[in-house]
Design a binder for this molecule. Structure first.
Ligand SMILES: [Fe+2]
Length: 336
């Protein structure tokens, strides 16, 4: 398989994946979960919206929760660009390739551009937000997992090769990719703009859907404290998978489901930088993945099956990728 060459000089400068906008049914319950269990800080709130951020973040928000009476959805994914000039370039580029960008007024953000990618995933791009104090110095207020900053997100998509081509054309570089099946189809790509291996992760599955978004914590103990707080605040069953270690990516993790089913991952900081050109995409076939040093039980079946929908997008159904093992099947092998 010929892997697309990186585009070092893209049409405009995306710097990182920066925030999520999710809808939830009960703002008070979500606030309880995200502040007491995960440990995010509230930057602002009203009767319909809560704006949250990690402890070291100086931008106003990395998670926006909007009240809904309908199904909870992933309303938009936030990408940061370097300057407003890059936003202008982005608008021109998206228009030139047949997308339909439009300018939007968004509270606590600078000029903001809304656009859906060719697969229907809704994004909002901005270069700046209202500046707030870093909460990292106020240790007496740290709670739950004490997350530092927004890190990455993962989407389920049906046509990974096309997705990889599109995001490569926007300047995203690939740290790792997965192949599966007799024809070694591309079934996953880990793509980044910032200097670590991931901003946007795309895995083959029924989609487009948002599988999870992730915050970095300082230590593994922070993850355990988040799990303890989940138990303390009666969210214990929402600890879905982990703590464990990803073999691919070599990072420790814990996955939680929020009260509306949106999935959040706490991870330790990335194990290495991706800045230099020597960092070419690493290919992972099933054999190499079997030899990775992950540990812990496989995830429950719902970890593979469940994901958050985008507004107005009916996901295309895909069968589970061969070689993936769910906890229920793994445990069944012991009773035979
Ligand atoms: Fe992740």
């Amino acid at each position: 398989m010929a892997f697309p060459r990186p585009v070092y000089y893209p049409p405009f400068n995306i710097t990182r994946a920066g925030h999520m906008v999710l809808s939830v049914r009960d703002l008070a319950r979500s606030r309880d979960f995200y502040t007491n269990v995960i440990g995010l800080v509230v930057s602002d709130e009203d009767a319909d919206t809560i704006y949250l951020r990690g402890l070291e973040e100086i931008g106003h928000h990395s998670l926006v929760l909007e009240k809904t009476t309908g199904q909870p959805e992933c309303c938009r994914i936030g990408l940061r660009v370097l300057t407003d000039e890059e936003l202008e370039k982005a608008a021109r580029h998206f228009t030139s390739i047949g997308l339909a960008p439009r300018w939007a007024e968004v509270p606590f953000q600078g000029r903001t551009l809304h656009v859906a990618d060719p697969f229907g995933v809704p994004y909002e791009l901005c270069a700046s937000m209202t500046r707030v104090d870093r909460a990292i110095m106020k240790s007496m207020h740290h709670a739950g997992g004490a997350p530092l900053r927004f890190d990455h997100l993962q989407l389920h998509m049906t046509e990974i090769a096309k997705v990889c081509d599109f995001y490569t054309s926007l300047g995203f570089r690939t740290s790792d990719y997965l192949v599966a099946g007799p024809s070694e189809d591309l079934v996953g790509v880990f793509m980044h703009r910032k200097d670590i291996p991931w901003d946007l992760v795309f895995l083959r599955g029924s989609g487009p859907r948002m599988h999870h978004f992730a915050y970095v914590v300082s230590t593994a103990q922070d993850m355990f404290r988040a799990c303890d707080c989940a138990g303390l605040f009666k969210f214990g069953p929402l600890v879905e998978h982990g703590p464990g270690r990803h073999g691919m990516g070599h990072v420790q993790f814990t996955y939680f489901r929020d009260p509306d089913g949106h999935r959040l991952e706490l991870v330790l900081d990335a194990p290495h930088l991706m800045t230099d050109v020597e960092n070419e995409p690493v290919r992972w076939d099933p054999e190499k993945r079997r030899n990775a040093i992950d540990w812990g039980n496989p995830p429950p079946r719902r970890w593979y099956d469940d994901a958050t929908h985008f507004p107005g997008i009916e996901p295309k159904i895909m069968p589970m990728t061969p070689g993936r093992v769910a906890l229920e099947d793994y445990l069944a092998t012991f009773s035979r």
